[in-house]
Design a protein around this ligand. Structure first.
Ligand SMILES: *Cc1c(COP(=O)(O)O)cnc(C)c1O
Length: 427
């Protein structure tokens, strides 16, 4: 399957039925799995044989879908999680512990920012946030002896900044730590961070991968290139025997290709849960089967909407990395030659009141706290997610009162533009 184009992998990778077996991935709706002898089951617990015993750790439906995403990203192993939040937490916590430090881009999803800056801080894991636009000197200065991971988003939600993956990978590797990239917005159809030096890739599969607003989920993919043993003193969890798992040393037993995901499954899933339900994995796979067909349409609609908005008198500015005037245009061209995603943000003249009127008059675009769905949706942070803030606070947070985020769906772009046009005229 690895020799095929990504379009073919979207449709067929991960699951190859044998003679007389179901054509579609079966939903294995079972918490547990039956064995004839205790010896056979014992081998699974000792990680001596591979197989399933309890769905909190692993389920075949999930593994078929995870294998497809690994193939799409060009990784060696992958696992599904119950949400994108769980994916990012597990990816970081798999190699960080109390006393560790993370270097993260400051331009990331609000949920991930809270996870790192508040919740992981309570676990004794500290972080330094750097601007994605920082110089290599500033980036290198953020590292400490206890730094264990670097984190960023390919296209940040909602700021739409583009990560210079090679710059961040260079800094991470020169300090002997891996780069973790959340690739939710472009999806592997538009960018494959591992090809640019990222070591681990995460996803909120809730967004474009599902693409229909039907199933919350997440995924972690290992690129299989980071040499844990070469930095064994930093990663004792991977490079010394796990007493909670019969003394297995993951990096020795599973090598560079398998250690990260094996540890994450056998330790974190075992102890913390957060597995994706097989039903959701099935729904996710239906989305993946058309991801390569849908992403170009999301991009086409996003580009058309951004170009339209940029020429409207009611609009102060438009942020979309596909516009040549955008500061991230060159980076977007380099890492995402076929375009990034369908999310556009723009600022209306006339602040909160203009935004409220505009949203009220939209007919096709619904007001939702969601993005990356087949149906176009819009959000004005000032009157929803950030409504407790004053105009000044909004400005300092980089979300002026007139800011609107629009996630362009799969409708006809002319209908979308006509809808935006009449809503702008109604302000
Ligand atoms: C939505 C999102 C998340 C969180 O994912 P959930 O599936 O909602 O938990 C993480 N990262 C990015 C970039 C997102 O857009």
């Amino acid at each position: 399957m690895n020799d095929y184009q990504i379009n073919t992998k979207c449709v067929q990778a991960g699951y190859t039925p044998g003679n007389g077996e179901p054509r579609q991935i079966p939903i294995i709706q079972s918490t547990t799995f039956k064995y004839d002898t205790s010896e056979e089951m014992g081998k699974l617990f000792d990680l001596e044989a591979s197989g399933y015993f309890y769905t909190r750790l692993q389920n075949p439906t999930n593994d078929y879908v995870a294998a497809k995403i690994a193939a799409l990203e060009g990784g060696t192993a992958a696992m599904l999680t119950s949400s994108g939040q769980a994916a990012n937490f597990y990816a970081l916590f798999n190699i960080c512990e109390c006393g560790s430090h993370i270097v993260a881009s400051s331009s990331i999803y609000g949920g991930t920012f809270n996870l790192i800056s508040v919740t992981m801080a309570k676990m004794g894991i500290s972080a330094t946030f750097v601007s994605p636009d920082c110089s290599e000197e500033e980036l290198n200065a953020a590292f400490r002896d206890n730094t264990r991971a670097v984190f960023g988003e390919t296209i940040a939600n909602p700021a739409l900044t583009v990560l210079d993956i090679e710059k961040f990978a260079r800094a991470a590797h020169s300090h002997g730590v891996p780069l973790i990239v959340d690739n939710t917005f472009p999806t592997p159809v538009n960018c494959r961070p591992i090809e640019w030096g990222a070591d681990i890739v995460t996803h909120s599969t809730t967004k474009y991968m599902d693409g229909h607003g039907a199933a919350v989920g997440g995924c972690i993919v290992d690129g299989g290139k980071f040499d844990w043993m070469a930095h064994a003193h930093k990663y004792p969890g991977l490079c010394t025997p796990d007493e909670s798992y019969h003394g297995v040393t993951y990096a020795e037993k599973f090598g560079k290709e398998g250690a990260f995901i094996s540890k994450c499954t056998s330790q974190l899933m075992r102890d913390l849960g957060s597995i994706q339900s097989p039903q959701n994995a099935f729904i996710l796979n239906l989305g993946l089967e058309s991801l390569h067909v849908r992403m170009p349409r999301h991009v086409e609609n996003g580009q058309a909407v951004a170009e339209f908005l940029a020429n409207q008198p009611q609009v102060e500015y438009v942020s979309y990395p596909g516009l040549p005037s955008n500061p991230y245009y060159d980076l977007a061209q380099k890492y995402m030659g076929n375009g990034g995603c369908g999310v556009v943000s723009f600022c209306l003249k006339g602040g909160r009141i203009a935004a409220e009127k505009f949203l009220k008059n939209l007919k096709l675009a619904a007001i939702e706290t969601h993005v990356a769905d087949a149906r176009t949706c819009c959000l004005n942070p000032a009157t929803s997610t950030h409504r407790q803030m004053t105009e000044e606070q909004l400005l300092t947070a980089g979300v002026p009162a007139g800011l609107v985020r629009i996630s362009c769906g799969l409708e006809d772009k002319n209908d979308l533009i006509a809808d935006l046009k009449q809503a702008l005229e109604a302000i």
